[in-house]
Structures are given as structure tokens and as C-alpha cells.
Design a protein around this ligand. Structure first.
Ligand code: G3H
Ligand code: 13P
Ligand code: ZN
Length: 283
């Protein structure tokens, strides 16, 4: 069944677990994520970046996810990841997305509040939930200095003001994660997360969670993270699946025999994430 992020995340917040949000760009990734959710009896967030929409088309992605959600016996939401323009957000609302992220994190606080509030007015009127971001995620560099941390990581006082003034449904925060493949070992600022969660009391979102250690994730979930974004780990599973096919048979040319094993590998990765995040069995 198709639901909003708010429905999924408010339940997660109450229940003290996190739900996986997986980036989807094609049919095989979507089928892998949905099959994993069914097998784990987990709610799931399917998210598409602006790049995914450019690659596959909003209409194709929408049709695929609506069909998948209609057939699924677990709650499924369709979320725009890192929306940056009115154009994309309106396209998503018009094409049946049930949640959007407006990423104004590169703006100064006032401007971020302004752009986020404008999107919320439109999205809430359409019954769609909104995620916003405050603070800046790092690159994949090894070490961040203390000064840099304070400049980039989410400021708890700013988070309170941001949530109060915008009325946003969920908030992505910067506490030490980065998008893509890490070069070093990511360490999360759990203390900052704890402070923010106690102050804002809405579902907290963790981006860049691929490659973050299991203990770090478990602690973050305990402290109030309710949505965990995974893209890179699924991309890697896809690629390893394809590479394994060619290692065995370099002459293979049937796309089904290339993408099928990759889909199986992605499903196993997603299932493991669901168990780690605590959303298995929550559907
Ligand atoms: O946070 C970014 C996501 O991993 C999406 O990446 O823009 O390459 O689709 P993408
Ligand atoms: P990773 O690719 O690092 O898993 O990040 C995903 C993400 O945050 C999507 O918004
Ligand atoms: Zn992200």
C-alpha cells in the first residue's frame, strides 16, 4: 500500500526504530528493495534523486513505484531525495510522489527557512510530507577538524528554530556522515544527535549511511534517528553482481542473466540493512 513518509516515520518515532530509505533508478533496484521489504515484513521508503528522475523519467518511476506499492503487502512511500528546485518538487507532486525533500542546506539559515517554508505550504496542501536538511554533510575525507565540525554539523539551537518556524515533518542533520564511499572510518557525533532529538522531537534523518559501522548505526537509532538513507551500498551490490556474472562467463549477453543475479545481491544487502535499522517485522 502507498503511504506518506509521515505515516511511516511517525510510527518509527513512536516505536523507537528507523526505516530504510533506498535510492531507486530502475526496475531491478525497485524490485530488489520491495522484495526485501516483503520478506522482512518491513515498511519501506523508495526514494528518487533529481538524477534518477532525469535518468528514468518521473512518469516511468511513478508508474513503477505505484504498481509496486499497490501489489505490496507492506507500507511503501515514494519520496523525492534532495529536491532543489520548484520544478522538480511540483513535477513530483503532480506525478504522485507522497513525500518530498527540499534541500536548502547550502543556504544560510534564514534562506533555508524561507525556501523550506514555501515548499511546505504547497506540499502540505497536497497532503504530502516534507523532509528538510540543516547542516552540511561532509565529503568522504578522513578527518574533519573541530572548527570545521562546528561550522558544518547541525547546530541544536538552529534546529529548534528551524523546526518551529517551518513546521517540517522530518529533519536531516549533519553529524559526521558523507555521501558515497568513505575513505576512512566514519565516526558519528552521537552527543549532538541526542541533544537535537531531545529538543526537536520529530523524526530525524541520517543521510550518507552506506559504509557506516553497525555499532554507530545501532547507537544512532537508539538516540532517535528514524530514517536512514542508503544508496552507495546498493549500487556496489549491483555492480558486484554484474561483475560476478562476467567473471564466470565473459561472453554473457542476455540482460536478464546479467541483471537478475545483481537484483538478488541487492535484495540481500537491503534485507541486512532492515534488520540493522530495526524496521524488520514492523509492517
Ligand atoms: O544523496 C545522493 C544520492 O546518493 C543520489 O545520488 O544524485 O547520483 O542519484 P544521485
Ligand atoms: P549513500 O550513498 O552514502 O548511502 O547516501 C545516500 C543518501 O544519503 C541519499 O540521500
Ligand atoms: Zn542524501
Amino acid at each position: 500500500m502507498l503511504v506518506t513518509n509521515k505515516q511511516i516515520l511517525d510510527a518509527a518515532d513512536k516505536g523507537g526504530y528507523a526505516v530504510g530509505a533506498f535510492n531507486v533508478n530502475n526496475m531491478e533496484i525497485l524490485q530488489a528493495v520491495i522484495a526485501a521489504a516483503e520478506e522482512e515484513r518491513s515498511p519501506v521508503i523508495i526514494q528518487t534523486s533529481e538524477g534518477a528522475i532525469k535518468y528514468a523519467g518521473a512518469d516511468y518511476l511513478s508508474a513503477l513505484v505505484h504498481l509496486a506499492a499497490q501489489k505490496a503487502s507492506v507500507p511503501v512511500s515514494l519520496h523525492l531525495d534532495h529536491g532543489t528546485t520548484y520544478e522538480t518538487i511540483i513535477t513530483c507532486i503532480a506525478n504522485g510522489w507522497t513525500s518530498v525533500m527540499i534541500d536548502g542546506s547550502h543556504h544560510p539559515l534564514e534562506e533555508n527557512i524561507k525556501v523550506t517554508s514555501e515548499i511546505i505550504k504547497i506540499a502540505h496542501a497536497a497532503g504530502i510530507s516534507v523532509e528538510a536538511e540543516l547542516g552540511r554533510l561532509g565529503g568522504v575525507e578522513d578527518n574533519i577538524s573541530v572548527d570545521e565540525k562546528d561550522a558544518r554539523f547541525t547546530d541544536p539551537k538552529e534546529a529548534v528554530r528551524f523546526v518551529e518556524e517551518t513546521g517540517v515533518d522530518s529533519l536531516a542533520i549533519a553529524i559526521g556522515t558523507a555521501h558515497g564511499k568513505y575513505k576512512g572510518i566514519p565516526k558519528l557525533d552521537h552527543e549532538r544527535l541526542d541533544t537535537i532529538k531531545k529538543l526537536v522531537k520529530i523524526p530525524i534523518v541520517l543521510h550518507g549511511a552506506s559504509g557506516v559501522g553497525e555499532d554507530e548505526i545501532i547507537k544512532a537509532v537508539k538516540l532517535g534517528v528514524n530514517k536512514i538513507n542508503i544508496d552507495t551500498d546498493v549500487r556496489v551490490a549491483f555492480t558486484e553482481g554484474v561483475q560476478a556474472v562476467f567473471a564466470k562467463n565473459p561472453d554473457e549477453f542476455d540482460p536478464r542473466k546479467i541483471c537478475g543475479p545483481a537484483r538478488d545481491k541487492m535484495k540481500e544487502v537491503v534485507k541486512a540493512k532492515m534488520r540493522l535499522f530495526g524496521c524488520s517485522g514492523k509492517a
